[in-house]
Write a protein that binds this ligand. Sequence first.
Ligand code: NAD
Ligand code: IPM
Ligand code: MN
Length: 350
Amino acid sequence: MTDLLLLPGDGIGPEVTAQVRRVAEALTPDLQIEERLFGGISFDTHGLPLTEDTLAAAKASRAVLMGAVGGPQWASAPRDKRPEAGLLNLRSGMEVFANLRPALCFQPLADASSLKRELVEGLDLMIVRELTGGVYFGQPRFIEDLPGGGRRAVDTQVYTTAEIERVARVAFELARGRRNKVHSAEKSNVMETGLLWREVVTDLHRRDYADVELEHILADNAAMQIVKNPKQFDVMVTDNLFGDILSDAAAQLTGSLGMLPSAALGLAGKPGLYEPIHGSAPDIAGQNLANPLAAILSFEMALRWSLDNAAAADHLLASVIKALDGGARTRDLGGQLTTVQMGDAVLAAL
Ligand code: NAD
Ligand code: IPM
Ligand code: MN
């Protein structure tokens, strides 16, 4: 059985996952690693961003780690064959409904954020993003021509009780092991899905998690509070679209979008999907400039959540912090290191 399936993808994806591979080979030499094409490169080679074979390999491995997909070259690919569609199919095919996006401000990077040091120093915010439902998957979705000219586009935001409850449960469980506080973010003031979200979370809280502090917050206010006073938050649970947007904002609190890893988890015993939250960064791709730490920290999460190796995860986390302490900085963090040199720094710290 493959332990770790690597899906490097497009743009900076292959550059950052190459550093994950070096780290994995040094830290956990017994790990069985396999690699496959995914995203735009898979579309160019096989005509599909995610082949049936690759999805089957993903489901049969213990953990999947992907780099990033997409880029301007595929802007005119058929909608259902775009690299991003492959990623959505991978998430839903693996049934990884809970996406953990931890925004941690490491001590040595407190000055790298565009926010003031005192606002971000010591930040430890966990965003739990619903990942296999909502407007990303709702039907119908289409663009149609209108008889009188012009066109009409439709997306559908849809959530069921079961979908809301299972992701909220993950958030409450996580909070119990942290600072015991959950913010649930939605737009119950204007959206039916937001209203149901609030009711289901309230109900579940009353039934099973009354010991955890729960606060409901409107998603627009959450965006403002994240940049005003991010340390008020412990765990924030939210839907697919709001989670996408709020986690990019939270990433900048940690110093750079190149710092934020993620773990997408499904039912116990099933493989997790690990991905940096950044994209393929076409503006810097192929130049050895990307920060590989979000990808390396995604491997750290894979060790912890899917590969049963918390000791190796702790060691890797400590090594990343040590490298940063020693001044290792890629350009996005205000330094001069290349992608490979940042990999070298982590390896040296290991
Ligand atoms: P992006 O995350 O690729 O880039 C946004 C900005 O952040 C760019 O300036 C980029 O240079 C910088 N950046 C991102 N990652 C970095 C890293 N590791 N080190 C240094 N700088 C980094 O977002 P975008 O430009 O909006 O999207 C580009 C493409 O990526 C699109 O096709 C999009 O659909 C795709 N995308 C894919 C994923 C994914 O595969 N998970 C995530 C987001 C976007
Ligand atoms: C992310 C990305 C993806 C998303 C895209 C590429 C499909 O932005 O993982 O944050 O919107 O989920
Ligand atoms: Mn995103």
